[in-house]
Design a protein around this ligand. Structure first.
Ligand code: CDT
Length: 314
């Protein structure tokens, strides 16, 4: 009997800094209901889905910064989303800024959670690949300060067997790194869930901005195909606080084919049935990792962080 799961990417249009959490959660619930009405069993929301993408600003006041972070999940404002998902029997992924207080230390992470159809949090992931800088860059119209606001994730790339599949999570910039997918593929992942906020109008060192949409799609398709996995990738899109975020939320099959894609930069749901046996086909043939990989030649990937070129000629 074939195994499948009906997946949805629930794209968000822009969120203003002044938008109250309550209003944002109402939008998430409305997307959840639409996805459920279209048969979805698993809904993927974007990265930092409860607030505007605040790493574009350099903020120094701790109270101002704290306002973007969640100290508990669910909290009073996010609980209605959990309750509605449980009532509908729909699982979901959502990204948010996490202020953790573990072993007495306050730590900030760019986090996502996986919630099953009974409304239980079954997985938590903290973004590993933080793009941008840890201090404001002079001369830039828009900053990208994730290294200032967040610490790199400390969980690695775990996967979870839940809702009839093996699932992994990553967040935005992680999707550009082959290691992200491969570490999950080596744990048998069948679906990778990813939320993103990707601007295409950064000035300064991003003169490849015209290719931003292409690079998004290239990364997702390559990651899916080379690792025999479904990828459900969801954007926060549109003109947000003066910054233009790409949309193109999409569902990619293990063949690398895009099977559904958003067409707007607003709140929008796309759905697709994810046939898990399609991944099995690739895993047993061209990408039978246990048969074809040669790890003894891959040592540099974990030993070396950046490139070291051979000495100059002559
Ligand atoms: N949120 C996030 O990770 N965005 C990055 C932007 C890169 S430009 C600094 C991304 O990889 O899409």
């Amino acid at each position: 009997m074939s195994r499948s799961i009906m997946g949805a990417a629930a794209q968000l249009g822009p969120i203003a800094r002044s938008d109250p959490r309550k209003e944002v959660v109402a939008r998430l619930i409305s997307l959840l209901r639409e996805a459920h009405g279209r048969g979805a069993e698993l809904v993927v929301f974007p990265e930092l889905a409860l607030t505007t993408f605040f790493p574009r600003w350099y903020l120094e006041d701790p109270a101002e910064i704290d306002a973007f972070f969640e100290t508990e999940m669910p909290g009073p404002e996010t609980l209605p989303l959990f309750e509605e998902a449980k009532r509908l029997g729909v699982g979901f992924y959502i990204g948010y800024a996490e202020l953790a207080s573990e072993s007495g230390a306050r730590q900030r992470f760019n986090t996502s959670i996986l919630v099953d159809r009974a409304g239980r949090i079954v997985g938590k992931y903290r973004k590993v690949h933080l793009p941008g800088y840890d201090a404001p860059q002079p001369g830039r119209t828009s900053q990208h300060l994730e290294k200032y606001y967040f610490q790199p994730g400390d969980f690695g790339f775990p996967v979870w067997r839940t809702m009839g599949a093996v699932m992994g999570m990553c967040i935005c910039n992680d999707r550009r790194w082959p290691e992200t997918y491969r570490v999950m593929a080596l744990q048998g992942t069948e679906i990778i869930l990813v939320g993103y906020n990707t601007p295409d109008d950064h000035t300064g060192d991003f003169d490849f901005d015209s290719l931003t949409g292409f690079h998004n799609q290239l990364s997702l398709q390559a990651g899916a195909y080379q690792n025999s996995t479904w990828v459900i990738a969801t954007a926060k899109a549109g003109l947000e606080e003066g910054s233009r975020l790409i949309g193109n939320s999409m569902i990619v099959a293990p063949s690398g084919q895009v099977v559904a894609m958003a067409t707007s930069t607003h709140d929008e749901v796309v759905v697709a049935r994810c046939d898990l046996d399609l991944g099995t086909l690739y895993r047993k043939t061209i990408f039978d990792l246990a048969r074809h990989r040669e790890p003894r030649h891959y040592g540099l990937i974990v030993e070396r962080k950046g490139p070291v070129s051979p000495p100059e000629e002559g």
